[in-house]
Write a protein that binds this ligand. Sequence first.
Ligand SMILES: [Zn+2]
Length: 84
Amino acid sequence: MTTENAAPTECPRCGHTALDLLHTSPVAGCWEVYQCEQCLYCWRTSEPARRTRRDAYPESFKLTVDDIRNAPEVPTIPPLRAQA
Ligand SMILES: [Zn+2]
């Protein structure tokens, strides 16, 4: 097994180590899709390092456990505007 094909061990966004394998490529061995059990971030292993590796993930988009616990509720969709 090469490093490229090794299963990820941590979430690129929050660093959590519990990951679920969601999908695998129709042609075996091309890519897998993983999801973090903590922050629900999903990524395909064939995406660039800035989307798939914790050490290359943009600092401003990284999350901590506190960030996740204190995340504000997702806003509801406002009512439709009256037609002009
Ligand atoms: Zn995560």
